[in-house]
Design a protein around this ligand. Structure first.
Ligand code: ADP
Length: 497
């Protein structure tokens, strides 16, 4: 399992939650998983004790560099972690960049990581059945396996699964940097990594992987259209019979109102009294007056993807009602300024905290009555799943994983199945009317309690999702079996010759 981030070692977003939890769950299911990550700064003080076990040389441009492998075990014997250490690339303050933007040598950094990850298998004497790579940072590993390592006779080549977590991040680099990939210049074509004159790593993963998936069935369909495909829809259409959608699970050990240590009072479906305490505490923390009115919450990256502009345009009318809202976010400076302005205009009604604060994210999930996610696109989305678990009714746009996980409340229409409120058009007025509907239902205590109960009962555990991944791995092994080499039977899978 190759990734650029995974909890508990390194996280900038949902990718880390997914990779970390999936690796653990697969191990729990009895599979032999090795999670391979770059050895970033600070991991020495992290939750996994790492120890250098190997040193070897890896090609980089026209030279070689020496990398080290540091290995450790996830706490509770939840499987091995292998970190690729090359300090000139990974001993830096950020994972992908700093305040000045993305690191200019990200192509070299992740090309080296991918190459080292494959070489690591050889150093470890461990030939995986499957290489599962996530997002553009690890796409080159898949490309390498199908190109540079294609005629490698020292192992039964692993099958590959490539997971696309977000089409908005493709790993684009100028063509002059192509030598950093280590691939023959003649391969820089439209049938490979070339994309409108640039290098596109995500595209490489899409073309070369045996199987592809993204993180919800709806997003898997959406990305084959121009609206969501970011100009890669054509490539995806050619691979649509190999493209699947698997909803992310969530880690119920971390996001569980019954045991959550970040919140003021724990609660469960059976005894919801703690949720009231959490609401009071959240108002106190955000300095909102203690009034018996609906409290809306939102935790989000401040990016166009998340529909922050829709929210900003909706807030003046929403806040004219007797409601309160809290918002936690980090990202785009323009949105930060707009949200801050609104919080100054609607003192006592709208509170904003800028920055990344895991504890507060938990307290908002627990303390709010509703959770707003007006995303323009959302591959899966985790916050709506946390909200369902915390009895906080999601109000979401019908896109990607949001469409797959929230059952809409439609007046007079199977409301007994609903778990939240869903709107379709990415327009402030449509968001507003959906919020009006939610606020109207909120006043009906019985109806609201039913919504909460149904949401809390939903099962989005990793157990379910991990089994779907196992099914894809098995499919990759069976359906994409190459012509058997003549000596195949004498060299069982998983062993080096
Ligand atoms: P994405 O990965 O696109 O940002 P997801 O909903 O899949 O969106 O996952 C976001 C994760 O990051 C969630 O665990 C969410 O709680 C967390 N998160 C996002 N912004 C913040 C923030 N400002 N502070 C704390 N946690 C945040």
């Amino acid at each position: 399992m190759l990734a650029s981030e995974a909890v508990p070692l390194a996280k900038t977003g949902g990718l880390a939650d997914v990779v970390g939890a999936l690796a653990v769950e697969l191990t729990r299911l009895g599979h032999e998983v090795r999670l391979v990550l770059p050895r970033y700064r600070g991991l020495e003080d992290g939750p996994v004790a790492l120890r250098e076990t190997h040193r070897f040389r890896v090609p980089l441009r026209h030279d070689h560099v020496e990398v080290a492998l540091e290995t450790g075990t996830l706490k509770g014997d939840k499987g091995p972690v292998v970190c690729v250490r090359y300090d000139p690339f990974f001993d830096r303050p950020g994972l992908y960049g700093d305040a000045a933007g993305d690191y200019p040598d990200n192509l070299d950094r992740f090309a080296l990581f991918c190459r080292a990850a494959i070489e690591a298998c050889k150093e470890l004497g461990w030939a995986p059945d499957i290489v599962h790579a996530h997002d553009w940072q690890t796409a080159l590993a898949i490309v390498y396996l199908k190109t540079l390592y294609q005629s490698d006779t020292t192992w039964t080549a692993p099958r590959t699964l490539f997971t696309i977590h977000n089409m908005g991040y493709q790993g684009l680099f100028p063509p002059a940097e192509y030598p950093a990939t280590g691939l023959p210049a003649a391969d820089f074509t439209a049938g490979g990594l070339e994309f409108y004159g640039q290098i596109n790593l995500l595209k490489g993963g899409m073309i070369y992987a045996d199987l592809l998936n993204t993180v919800s069935p709806t997003y898997a369909k959406e990305i084959q259209t121009p609206e969501y495909g970011y100009r890669l829809e054509g490539v995806l259409q050619t691979r649509k019979d190999r493209l699947f959608g698997i909803i992310n699970g969530i880690d119920y050990d971390v996001w569980n109102p019954t045991t959550d240590a970040h919140i003021s009072a724990n609660y469960s479906q059976k005894d919801m009294s703690g949720k009231k305490t959490c609401k009071t505490a959240l108002r106190r923390e955000l300095k909102l007056p203690q009034r018996d009115v609906p409290l809306l919450g939102m935790v989000s990256r401040l990016a166009l993807q998340k529909g922050i502009d829709l929210l900003v345009d909706t807030l003046p009318k929403l806040l004219a009602l007797d409601v309160q809202m809290v918002m936690l976010g980090s990202g785009d400076a323009l949105y930060q300024a707009e949200l801050t302005n609104l919080s100054e205009r609607f003192v006592g009604k709208f509170a904003v905290r800028l920055g990344f604060d895991d504890g507060l994210a938990h307290r908002i999930e627990a303390g709010a009555d509703m959770f707003v996610m007006p995303s323009r696109y959302e591959p899966c989305g985790l916050n709506q799943l946390y909200s369902l678990r915390y009895g906080t009714i999601p109000v979401v746009r019908k896109t990607g994983g949001l469409a797959d996980t929230v059952v809409p409340y439609l007046p007079g229409h199977a409301v007994e199945k609903a778990t939240g409120f869903v709107f379709e058009d990415a327009h402030p007025e449509v968001l507003l009317s959906t919020l009006y509907l939610a606020l109207q239902v909120y006043r009906d205590k019985t109806e609201w309690a039913d919504l909460i109960k149904r949401g809390m009962k939903q099962d989005f555990s990793w157990k379910r999702s991990a089994k779907e991944y196992v099914a894809l791995y098995e499919r990759a092994l069976v359906e994409t079996k190459p012509a058997a080499p003549p000596d195949r039977d004498t060299f069982p899978r998983g062993r080096f010759r």
